[in-house]
Ligand binder design. Structure first.
Ligand SMILES: [Zn+2]
Length: 346
């Protein structure tokens, strides 16, 4: 089993070798901010830094770990798409997973997650870029379930998770499809690591709401095994020490929500003496969509003539296009409609 894992590490597209990670780390250090010594920051600045959405990631000889607090980004998604409580939880977890997976890529490389269930929830889409942008939507934003119902019943088992990575120096995107496990997002991402990446991993994602359905905390973490040391006999319990330490801590919603701990505090508690300051990277996260009226108009021009005609024949006030990713509505003014009219006659 170990040789299988090692050979996989040597060949997989993400190049999860220790030397590659060290090389990546040097690149990151040149480009992105380091984490300052928190003991030297004022309480107000500490609070500001703690509540700013971000990913914190680090690696050791044995594991790499990424943690996220994206409470604000998920609140923005909830507001933009008018998500029901259960959809906020599912979309929030999907956004966390996308950002955590993207955090180990380069620059504008992106990770797209598409969950297709067999329950009332049809599809959840989350897309994140290494530089911190994340956007998400669902085709069923209003699905509602009793608050104590397991999330997995909303999405439903038997569906699929499709993961797409758009990477530099790759002619086409890298796709991976795994069956949904418990359909609670965390276990589905775990399945992706287990069956597609074949990497021992621990995944814990959570999005919590208060009694008024406001997001009180969203975030989570992924711990991934790096290639075993040469004298490692088995990888069966590879992650056990880290998971054990994590499970001795309060739940994340308490750690980051009520108790206001920083991600770094938890990172230190999990990695302990293995953690080296130079390996820590912080990436800011925002709900952001690159759509614009100009891009939407260009898409309209590419429509079939009949479809463009149907759009132009709409009543004034209805000549608008809504971006499915962020729900921004773009209304075309008279001049823009006239330009489209002219193009439709070419
Ligand atoms: Zn948009």
């Amino acid at each position: 089993m170990l040789s299988k894992v090692l050979s996989f590490f040597g060949n997989n597209q993400n190049g999860l070798t220790a030397s590659r990670v060290n090389h990546v780390d040097r690149d990151y250090q040149r480009t992105f901010c380091r984490v300052p010594d928190e003991t030297k920051l004022s309480p107000s600045l500490l609070e500001k830094r703690r509540t700013r959405d971000h990913v914190l990631k680090a690696f050791t000889q044995r594991v790499r770990i990424s943690l996220i607090n994206n409470t604000r980004a998920v609140t923005r998604a909830q507001e933009r798409h008018q998500l029901s409580p259960i959809m906020t939880k599912l979309v929030g977890r999907a956004m966390s997973a996308a950002s955590l997976l993207a955090s180990w890529q380069y620059g504008d490389e992106r990770v797209i997650l598409e969950f297709r269930g067999t329950g009332p929830v049809e599809m959840i889409y989350a897309e994140a870029i290494r530089n911190g942008e994340v956007r998400a939507y669902t085709t069923t934003p209003k699905v509602n379930q009793a608050s104590n119902m397991p999330l997995g019943l909303a999405l439903g088992g038997g569906g699929t998770l499709r993961i797409t990575k758009v990477l530099y120096n790759q002619a086409s995107p890298y796709h991976s499809v795994v069956p949904l496990a418990s359909a609670d997002i965390s276990s589905d991402i775990f399945n992706y690591y287990k069956y597609s990446e074949q990497i021992p991993a621990y995944v814990d994602l959570d999005t919590q709401l208060d009694y008024q359905d406001r997001v009180t905390f969203s975030g989570g973490l992924i711990i991934e095994a790096l290639p075993a040391l040469k004298d490692e006999k088995s990888n069966q319990n590879y992650l056990e020490p880290y998971v054990h330490r994590l499970q001795n801590l309060p739940p994340m919603s308490v750690l980051f929500g009520q108790d206001k701990h920083s991600l770094k505090t938890v990172l230190k508690a999990i990695l302990q003496e293995e953690l080296e300051e130079h390996s820590i990277q912080k990436l800011l996260v925002d709900f952001h969509c690159r759509c614009s009226k100009d891009k939407i108009t260009k898409l309209l021009i590419k429509l079939q003539k009949e479809d463009l005609r149907e759009f132009l024949d709409r009543q004034p006030g209805e000549k608008a296009v809504t971006c499915q990713f962020c729900n921004e509505r773009y209304m075309l003014d008279t001049r823009e409609v006239e330009e489209l009219e002219a193009l439709s006659k070419d």
